[in-house]
Design a protein around this ligand. Structure first.
Ligand code: FNR
Length: 381
């Protein structure tokens, strides 16, 4: 169907399933084990309801915000997803260009199909980008990658901490990853690894399962970029990340691709906000304000997983998130429609923000406060 008939982000998934190569579809869509967490990610948003305000003159509404101090036209970012060329020959560049056009931030993955410098070169002057880091067993390689990213102007380093070993994505494992087919192989994959167990296994064998909290000071010693842990799943680790001096955490289960029965990011957000308030005195007023510590320090909470509607995003913002990551919908968009697909996906979100800001009675992001949602179905544990 023509793009004009694509009305929401779910639609891209249905089209992608029909038009994508089965191996690529398997890699993008798969999740761990029985894929319960993957389904829960979106379903969890269904347990939260709005408490809209009326009669507020919503002629003009503005859903722009700042993320780690950088402007973003929407309270979302394009999260890191590996192997963009499985879906389209331009791979991640589709995301870079659409991000520039819509004024949103792209998180570049370690395992991008396009070269890191190629992506940076495709960005517009001043375009803000983040980088997702998989930590190599060889720390010299990691150091080189991190310092190169910083030199090229990356504004935030998101260290993935939920993948000491790749989850079993059986849909993907059933498809043999063919090393001889250059259209499938990322640059990152060209390091002599076993490709017999699906794309995910093939590219991830360098990741260090030995990573632990004692490595954090080392990261802080090799870079001045803000450091964020991606894949935190309980308040204890969020508090530890705060205490370690990090800039924030992404409450994420890797799109359900790692530990099955991990909870959704939105559910974890509720307990993390509550405990950071109680134990460390932070406040999360919602809206544009990131977590504020009593000493003036900022600590930003992000979530990702299953975000398909602006209403999902607004719920997270109300509950204290600075911004929300979106993954698969953009992959499906460029796999089905090339660069125009990503453009259209971002336009859909933009239109949804405009309408829903009006309908909940928020003129700007600062007015999306905790009182605007009823999250009583998500209890504290
Ligand atoms: C991912 N994700 C991911 N995360 C990461 O830290 N490094 C990576 O290389 C990848 N690669 C990757 C590939 C694919 C195909 C998917 C779908 C996901 C996880 C990603 O950053 C994010 O956590 C989820 O994708 C968010 O869920 P949704 O929006 O895809 O439902």
């Amino acid at each position: 169907p023509p793009l004009s008939e694509i009305l929401n982000l779910h639609d891209f998934e249905a089209i992608a399933k029909d038009v994508m190569h089965i191996k690529s579809w398997a890699y993008y869509s798969s999740a761990a084990d029985d894929e319960i967490t993957n389904r829960e990610n979106h379903a969890a948003f269904h347990r939260i309801w709005f408490r809209p305000r009326i009669l507020r003159n919503v002629t003009n509404v503005d859903w722009s915000t700042t993320i780690l101090g950088h402007e973003s036209k929407m309270p979302i970012y394009i999260t890191a997803t590996a192997l963009g060329k499985l879906g389209h020959p331009d791979g991640e560049l589709n995301l870079t260009r659409a991000a520039a056009k819509h004024g949103v931030i792209q998180m570049i993955p370690t395992l991008a199909s396009c070269g890191f410098d190629e992506i940076m070169d495709a960005a517009k002057p001043g375009q803000v980008q983040f980088f997702q880091l998989y930590v190599n067993k060889d720390r010299e390689i990691t150091k080189r990658i991190v310092q190169h990213a910083e030199k090229r102007g990356i504004k935030g380093l998101f260290i993935t901490v939920d993948a000491p070993q790749l989850g079993r994505r059986e849909k993907d494992m059933r498809q043999k990853f063919d090393a001889e087919d250059p259209s499938e192989v990322s640059k990152a994959g060209s390091d002599g690894v076993d490709r017999s167990q699906g794309a995910a296994r093939a590219i991830s064998s360098f990741i260090d399962p030995g990573l632990d909290w004692s490595d954090i000071p080392w990261f802080q010693s090799i870079t001045k970029m803000p450091l964020i842990l991606k894949g935190v799943q309980c308040w204890e680790d969020a508090v530890q990340a705060y205490d370690a001096g990090l800039a924030g955490v992404v409450l994420s289960n890797h799109g359900g691709r790692q530990l099955d029965f991990a909870r959704s990011g939105i559910e974890v957000l509720v307990e993390v906000v509550s405990k950071l308030k109680e134990l460390r005195g932070l406040s999360f007023p919602g809206g544009t304000k990131p977590g504020q510590a009593p000493n003036g320090r900022r600590f930003e909470l992000f979530i990702d997983g299953g975000v398909r509607r602006a209403t999902d995003v607004l719920k997270a913002i109300a509950l204290g998130a600075s911004a929300v990551g979106v993954g698969r919908p953009f992959l499906y968009a460029f796999s089905s429609y090339g660069p125009e697909g990503v453009d259209h996906a971002l336009q859909i979100l933009n239109d949804e923000f405009e309408m829903n800001m009006r309908l909940i009675g928020a003129r700007h992001i600062g007015e999306i406060v905790p009182e605007m949602v009823d999250a009583s179905n998500i209890g504290l544990h």
